[in-house]
Design a protein around this ligand. Structure first.
Ligand code: PEP
Ligand code: MN
Length: 328
């Protein structure tokens, strides 16, 4: 016996109209393909189970603002991101040892960060470089979370590892995996925040379509992250596309965070980019910090020192207060 929704989908198919059911924020939605035509729309209007028909102008129906004009605010531990709430995310590229992550986490907690970042699974370009402490890394990160009370964000590389991320408050999808659709679909089945980083050869629209994969599974908590794209410029590791911030915020209700560290590849360039990201209206910044960058196992050149971060965060809040003042 087909459900009412299945019957509706079948009836629409007979009318040459493709329809995909999705569950979103507790509502059953039926996404129709291209313009279904006036006849089908008026037929749909008469169906008892149809409460409302809305038009979306973009293919990222759930990530876009047409059906969801108000900003999404995501709660992460005691922190909130989006809708006027700013999150300061910082930590080392990778968990390297228990003492490294505990020292760093405690110092960053004193600097007033909102969320601690650190990777345990690192998808490295070279198979011969440090690829993270894996489960042990997640255990050390959980200890840092317990000792500081800070929520944590860490990168996942395979849907097979999902069960290991229970203690992780925000699951990061790295730039290299932004279009790993089975991974995005697996994350869509959770009710947990996902930090989705823009692939370095992907457009803003590509990023929004990847967010759509997660949202279409029913997970409403996606944070978008600009982290630099590949251009002809070689003085920086990537080129931070700051215009993506206001563009994404116009197109989407999802919070937008900027990672200046991977874009810069050089700690000297991180503070100005971070300040510029806040000025551009980002809902948060994510900065790589290391207690001894010269000895970092991953991304040492772009890691700011603990002292450097303490000075930077003060300026970030100053810029943030100017940005929010001008919104009043
Ligand atoms: C990271 O955040 O450490 C990372 C690997 O970033 P990206 O995926 O943006 O390269
Ligand atoms: Mn890194």
């Amino acid at each position: 016996m087909p459900s009412q929704q299945e019957a509706l989908v079948a009836a629409l198919r007979e009318r040459q109209c493709a329809a995909s059911p999705v569950l979103h924020g507790g509502h059953a939605l039926l996404l129709l393909g291209d313009d279904p035509g006036a006849d089908t729309v008026s037929w749909l209007r008469k169906q008892p189970m149809v409460a409302e028909i809305k038009a979306a102008r973009t293919p990222y129906v759930l990530a876009g603002r047409d059906l969801h004009p108000e900003d999404t605010v995501i709660q992460i531990g005691n922190a909130k991101v989006g809708g006027g709430q700013f999150a300061l995310i910082a930590g080392p590229c990778s968990v390297e040892s228990e003492s490294q992550i505990l020292t760093t986490a405690k110092a960053l907690a004193k600097s007033g960060i909102s969320i601690l970042r650190a990777g345990a699974y690192k998808p490295r370009t070279s198979p011969y470089t440090f690829s993270g402490l894996k489960e042990k890394g997640l255990a050390y990160l959980a200890k840092a979370k317990a000792e500081t009370g800070l929520p944590v964000v860490s990168e996942i590389v395979s849907p097979l590892d999902l069960s290991l991320f229970e203690d992780v408050d925000v699951i990061q999808v790295g730039a290299k995996n932004m279009q790993n659709y089975p991974l995005l679909q697996a994350l869509g089945t959770l009710q947990k925040p996902v930090l989705l980083k823009r692939g370095y050869a992907c457009t803003v629209d590509d990023l929004l379509m990847s967010a759509e994969y997660i949202l279409a599974g029913g997970n409403t908590q996606v944070i978008l992250c600009e982290r630099g794209i590949r251009t002809f410029e070689t003085q920086t590791r990537y080129t931070l596309d700051l215009s993506a911030v206001p563009v994404l915020k116009r197109l989407s209700h999802l919070p937008v965070v900027v990672d200046p560290s991977h874009a810069a590849g050089d700690r000297r360039i991180v503070p100005p980019l971070a300040l510029a990201a806040v000025a551009a209206g980002a809902d948060g910044v994510m900065i790589e910090v290391h207690d001894n960058p010269a000895c970092a196992l991953c991304d040492g050149a772009q890691a700011v020192t603990l002292e450097g971060f303490a000075a930077l965060q003060r300026k970030l809040w100053q810029i943030r207060s100017i940005v929010t003042e001008s919104e009043v």
